[in-house]
Design a protein around this ligand. Structure first.
Ligand code: FAD
Length: 552
């Protein structure tokens, strides 16, 4: 090292230390030599001891250095600012003077057990300032060891975290308050993240999830809402716009009552709290789902609706039976009438070979019969009741099926028929004619009940399943009756063909079913059920432009 020349009698400290370290005077304590070596090393690195002192003096944290019994040897100005004690007040006193005496003994025990092992301790305790006021201190106590690893001093660093703790507690209290309000709310509530995962839910939600046998209710609600809003859902979402009171039906099947809900959603944007987002603000979107169960209300509404439907169906059936009877009469009359037309043509031809006189009376009678016949047919055709006009509407096929089942409940009970109802939990709505579809489904159920009357009581079961796939709704109705023989599968669609020659059967049921299916651009198949009996598969397109146009 190069040093400027020193005046005689004065020595450069570094040189002096180097000289002592190179040839220590006899009897110099090892500890002193070690301290001098450490000081020399620090000096070599370029940081004089004063810098360390200045750093501690100017630190914003309360710093104190104690002996091994926690008696204060040094405290920095920040210590005075935090505690209110001047240096003179604390030097020589134990750190316990800061204790408010309400910190549990176990905390101090843990502190001392840690630091005497030579390890640092961090924790929170309640301190009291000189003026008697309390504050919450976050304290770090680090042992200062000598070269031999023996603890010589303790370094205490603490800061007042009263305000931070207050804010933390306030946040916790608010969270607890919100959670208890949400739990107590008579609403099913769930907070979903951007992937649709439930990040927070309430008691009602948990109960509903348990009732749904492991299916995630939020996923079902979201699916139904997306189905209902279509493309609007994503558009609303990008604008942070929620949705309100969307009705969702959930059908658990297996004999359990269907459930109805109204569902509302509110988007909520949370700022990312992670360190990565400190300088670059990021946010996450959450959806708060609030769902109210309206099953009981719906049940009452449906009871009233079923009552109306029964009247409506009875009237529809009465009209239908009038149409069928008149239709059958027209059909029956058409045959002899056609014979008359043929006979008249024959007589016309023969008239050329016999005298006009001879043919005249017979022709007159035939003309009269033809005229009367035409009039009778025209009168009958005019008296055919017109099919009732029905507008297109959004139809929930599960509900329409339930209504059709409601309409045949008495027949099911009277015939001891068991229904295995396996609906899709959520079905997208179909654009169709609700009454016609209900009539169609009732007709299929009536047919199945009729077929089951012919088999022993233990086989009287109807299985109904609904599903939605690839833009189609499918309804499968299977019975365990005698089934339809292969050779009759086409014939049963002919008007007035029936395998049931009992009163009340005109053989028009499947013809009408086919009419309604055609009107909805659907398909309808008759096959054999796995367990014997008849299997009817009805498929209706969800978004079809081909559904019969409204009658003007
Ligand atoms: P004490 O009798 O002081 O101690 C309680 C228990 O600690 C005893 O039962 C014993 O098991 C153990 N213990 C105490 N002294 C020793 C020791 N020398 N060696 C081994 N075990 C021991 N306390 C505060 O309340 N606020 C502070 O800000 C604070 N800062 C501290 C800073 C430093 C650097 C250190 C070393 C200690 C600090 N303490 C602080 C702890 C303080 O010294 C007291 O231990 C504490 O306040 C409890 O005081 P007391 O009189 O109730 O019991």
């Amino acid at each position: 090292m190069n040093h400027p020349a020193l005046p005689p009698g004065m020595y450069d400290l570094d040189d002096a230390v180097q000289t002592i370290l190179q040839s220590p005077p006899a009897g110099t304590p090892t500890a002193l030599l070690e301290s001098l070596a450490a000081a020399a090393e620090r000096a070599r690195l370029g940081l004089p001891a004063q810098v360390y002192l200045a750093a501690v003096e100017q630190a914003q944290m309360a710093i104190s250095i104690t002996d091994r019994d926690a008696n204060v040897l040094y405290a920095n100005p920040a210590f005075s600012r935090v505690t209110g004690y001047d240096l003179a007040d604390v030097v020589g006193k134990n750190e316990s003077m800061l204790s408010d005496r309400c910190t549990p003994k176990a905390v101090y025990r843990a502190l001392w057990e840690t630091i005497v092992r030579g390890e640092a301790w961090t924790g929170r305790l309640v301190n009291r300032r000189k003026d008697g006021s309390r504050y919450l201190a976050e304290l770090v106590v680090a042992p200062v060891v000598d070269a031999a690893g023996t603890v010589r001093h303790y370094l205490g660093m603490h800061r007042d975290i009263t305000e931070m703790h207050r804010l933390e507690q306030q946040t916790r209290n608010q969270k607890a308050l919100i959670e208890s309000v949400i739990d107590a709310a008579p609403l099913v509530m769930a907070l979903l993240d951007e992937q649709g995962r439930v990040v927070l839910d309430n008691l009602s939600y948990k109960t509903l999830a348990a009732d749904m046998g492991g299916r995630e209710p939020a996923a079902l609600f979201l699916e139904a809402v997306r189905e209902r809003l279509g493309g609007e859902f994503e558009r609303y979402r990008s604008r942070g716009r929620g949705f309100e009171d969307i009705e969702v039906h959930f059908d658990p099947g297996r004999g359990r009552a269907p459930r109805a809900f109204v569902c509302s959603g509110t988007w909520f944007r949370e700022r990312d709290t992670s360190a990565d987002a400190f300088f670059e603000a990021r946010s996450r979107d959450y959806l708060l789902l609030a769902v109210k169960e309206i099953t009981e209300l719906k049940r009452r509404q449906e009871e009233a609706r079923l009552h109306t439907l029964r009247t409506l169906t009875a009237e529809q059936e009465r009209l239908q039976s009038v149409r069928e009877t008149i239709g059958a009469a027209i059909y029956q009359l058409q045959m002899p009438f056609n014979l008359l037309v043929a006979a008249s043509a024959m007589i016309e031809r023969r008239a050329k070979s016999c005298s006009a006189e001879e043919a005249r009376p017979i022709r007159a009678v035939l003309d009269l019969a033809l005229r009367n016949g035409r009039e009778a047919l025209a009168t009958l055709e005019a008296s055919l009741p017109r099919p009732q006009y029905e507008a297109l509407a959004r139809v929930n096929l599960n509900q329409t099926l339930r209504e059709a089942l409601g309409l045949v409940t008495e027949r099911l009970l009277a015939n001891g028929v068991v229904v295995d109802w396996q609906p899709a939990p959520v079905l997208p709505p179909l654009l169709g004619r609700e009454n016609a579809l209900r009539g169609l489904l009732k007709q299929l159920l009536d047919n199945a009940i009729e077929a089951l009357a012919e088999v022993p009581a233990q086989r009287r079961e109807i299985t109904i399943t609904t599903a939605a796939d690839n833009g189609w709704l499918r309804v499968v109705i299977e019975d365990r009756g005698p089934g339809i023989p292969d050779e009759l599968r086409i014939k049963v669609f002919e008007p007035f063909f029936t395998t049931k020659h009992r009163s009340g059967h005109t053989g028009m049921g499947l013809v009408l079913v086919q009419e309604v299916v055609n009107d909805h651009a659907g398909t309808f198949e008759l096959g054999s059920a796995a367990a014997g009996g008849c299997r009817v598969t009805l498929a209706l397109p969800l978004h079809s432009d081909t559904v019969g146009h409204d009658h003007e």
